[in-house]
Design a protein around this ligand. Structure first.
Ligand code: ADP
Ligand code: MG
Length: 226
């Protein structure tokens, strides 16, 4: 059996609420193999972002196990978890998390530099393909929301991750640009061998990925007809 890039087993997560803990994930299991592409849908508040945060080790599960590249995230120190994430996961979250004091080039290179895999030629290609050429010296605050989103995508891909965790990466883009960015994400993921776990509201976009998952009442329905 090949080793999964990401393996969630019976994962549970609760958040504190006014009347006690509120369950968000109630036993979620998911195996993502190398190079697979998966779409994650579900109503607002169903726990999609929570699942991605747990998968990337940005938060910890209450129960069950989360393994990234075979390593149980619960057994790692914060520093070791951050290192593992930097080396293997590319994150595209809704807040973008661009560094305000760094220009576009430096933001794109950041994660790749930190994980010792900086490839300037790949950066240039990603910047070009994502329609950011000419904006290299701009700072995040000088970019539109859609441009910032594309910088975040370039940064995630530049580090050649084993898995890309993307939370509505086309959410701020108009339909045509969103389609083009998904084309590119799928193409570049295939080229670099990265798996893709992508949250989307769009069943149309979800249908273009290899597997469709839906979160509902804390559980995952897998392999729905698209
Ligand atoms: P989705 O991404 O599917 O919209 P989320 O994972 O963001 O859902 O949130 C799932 C549920 O957990 C929501 O009810 C949300 O209000 C709650 N939640 C998310 N993060 C926190 C937090 N840090 N503290 C308390 N409740 C949270
Ligand atoms: Mg969300």
């Amino acid at each position: 059996m090949t080793e999964a890039v990401l393996d969630l087993d019976a994962v549970t997560k609760r958040y504190p609420g006014a009347e006690g803990p509120v369950p968000v994930l109630s036993g979620v299991s998911l195996r993502v193999e190398a190079g697979e592409t998966l779409a994650l849908t579900g109503e607002s508040g169903s726990g999609k972002s929570t699942l991605l945060h747990l998968a990337g080790g940005l938060d910890t599960a209450d129960g069950g196990t989360v393994r990234l590249m075979g390593q149980d995230l619960a057994g790692l120190s914060d520093a070791a978890r951050a290192r593992l994430r930097g080396r293997h996961a590319g994150l595209v979250f809704q807040q973008f998390n661009l560094v305000p004091s760094l220009d576009v080039s430096a933001n794109v290179a950041l994660q790749a530099r930190l994980s010792g895999r900086h490839d300037p030629a790949l950066d240039v290609r990603l910047i070009g393909r994502l329609g950011l050429a000419g904006l290299e010296r701009r700072f995040p605050e000088q970019l539109s929301g859609g441009q910032q989103q594309r910088v975040a995508i370039a940064r995630a891909l530049a580090a050649r991750p084993d898995v890309i965790l993307a939370d509505e990466p086309t959410g701020n883009l108009d339909e045509a640009t969103g389609d083009a960015v998904l084309d590119l994400l799928l193409e570049l993921a295939a080229e670099t061998g990265a798996a893709l776990l992508m949250v989307t509201h769009s069943t149309r976009l979800a249908a273009r990925l290899g597997r469709q998952l839906r979160l509902s009442r804390g559980r995952l329905d897998t392999d729905l007809p698209a």
